[in-house]
Design a protein around this ligand. Structure first.
Ligand code: AMP
Length: 400
């Protein structure tokens, strides 16, 4: 494996797997370009060295071959704008085949070529070797900068690496940053280490909690999933979100935590509502004594203080999942409070990693994204890293 920053791309055609799976509006304009801007440092470094860039990505989930809705051609104007307007951005309306091969072959230093959606071929998601080999012929070196899809063993994210020798495959800058920050939290953490886990379902987060029990000092559990724990402990949770088939699991997690000396913090109180609605009537109650007909939709003020104290004394912080229904103004206080506490702890020297779609959306919405150590671009990929799995996209380069 080569180190991207040390590699000189002069005269080199770099085949770069990016995650340009961005949302488009009805006019096919990009409405959130975070994933595109995240890949810019990698693209710019290759161009600055005097190389050329061949970008490959998927967009959406096309089922049966090419459809206009999922064409990457819609991204060309926005990509040109992000690159400053002077970089030629070419487009090949197929990711393999004659046109892609010819355009890639004629690509000059300083130019960018965007290939059509990889998922227009079923072979991409199947991890088809012959398809991966065809893609590999387009570039001299392979750069993987798509952390968001690193948990998939697809042709362009993992299998393709086989067709490049050791010195000609590497992570891009985004991927390097993601891997380094995840490693810092998983393996090089400083204690106290708090993991803040929220969101809707316990079932989605069991593996991550179990893996964190081996590492963390404290685990804060908030969001809808907290009520399954409260009920398991004998609390009354009204009509709050609850997975009755996970009550045993919750008890097992609490027991394991006790054995390992990990403190699990559940919200002492909740903001409750009489219906799941932005205009619901609200009140507060202990999280283990929610009246019938009411549901907990956010952590309460005491829980905010309780959690803030834990966060502020920690040296390593991992946050995945909101503390409440932060999409509705009445239930966003808890999530905002956590974001603010993480920012304060970071200012005082803690390392903080935020990951998973909703916590990233929340930290952006509340304006704390530049006051934490690292905001991951990976949702599912980051969860799998913290579940202790080796991601195919990372392994293909590290071990290949
Ligand atoms: P997840 O994708 O599992 O991280 O869950 C995120 C979703 O959980 C967000 O859309 C939140 O609105 C939702 N959520 C958080 N807290 C609650 C709660 N107390 N009751 C219902 N939904 C919640």
């Amino acid at each position: 494996m080569s180190v991207f920053s040390d590699f000189n791309f002069k005269g080199v055609k770099a085949l770069v797997r990016v995650d340009f799976n961005v949302p488009l509006n009805e006019q096919f304009e990009v409405t959130d370009d975070n994933r595109m801007t995240a890949a810019l440092p990698t693209i710019k470094k290759i161009l600055a060295d005097g190389g050329s860039v061949i970008l490959m990505s998927h967009l959406g989930r096309p089922k049966d071959g090419p459809v206009n809705k999922y064409s990457l051609k819609h991204l060309v104007p926005h990509l040109s704008k992000l690159l400053g307007g002077n970089t030629p951005v070419l487009f090949a309306d197929d990711c393999i085949g004659e046109q892609a091969t010819l355009t890639a072959g004629m690509l000059r230093s300083g130019e960018v070529l965007l290939l059509e959606n990889l998922r227009f071929y079923k072979e991409e998601e199947k991890g088809d070797k012959a398809f991966a080999e065809k893609l590999s012929k387009l570039g001299d070196v392979y750069v993987n900068d798509a952390f968001g899809t690193a948990h998939r063993a697809h042709a362009s994210t993992a299998v393709i690496a086989e067709f490049f020798p050791k010195g000609k495959k590497m992570f891009g800058l985004l991927m390097e940053g993601e891997v380094a920050s995840a490693e810092k939290v998983l393996h090089k953490f400083e204690k106290p280490f708090v993991a803040i886990i929220g969101g809707a379902k316990v079932s989605d987060k069991i593996l991550i909690i179990e893996n964190l029990l081996e590492r963390a000092t404290d685990i804060i559990i908030g969001g809808g999933m907290a009520y399954t724990f409260c009920k398991a402990e004998g609390g009354k949770i009204g009509s709050s979100l609850c997975e009755d088939d996970r009550l045993e699991t919750a008890l097992e997690i609490l027991k394991k935590a006790e054995e390992k000396g990990v403190i699990i913090h559940l919200p002492s109180d909740s903001v409750i509502a009489d219906k799941f609605d932005a205009n619901a009537n609200t009140s507060t109650a202990p999280s283990a004594a929610i009246p019938d007909g009411w549901m907990g939709l956010d952590i309460g003020v005491n829980a905010c203080e309780q959690f803030a104290n834990v966060i502020k004394r920690s040296k390593t912080i991992l946050w995945n999942g909101p503390m409440g229904v932060f999409e509705m103004a009445k239930f966003q206080h808890g999530t905002k409070c956590i974001a603010q506490s993480i920012a304060e702890a970071t200012k005082n020297g803690a390392f903080s990693l935020i990951g998973g779609g909703d916590s990233v959306a929340a930290i952006n919405q509340f304006g704390f994204h530049d006051q934490v150590s690292y905001v991951s671009t990976g949702g599912g990929a980051l969860l799998e890293v913290f579940e202790g799995k080796e991601l195919p996209g990372i392994a293909a380069i590290k071990n290949g």
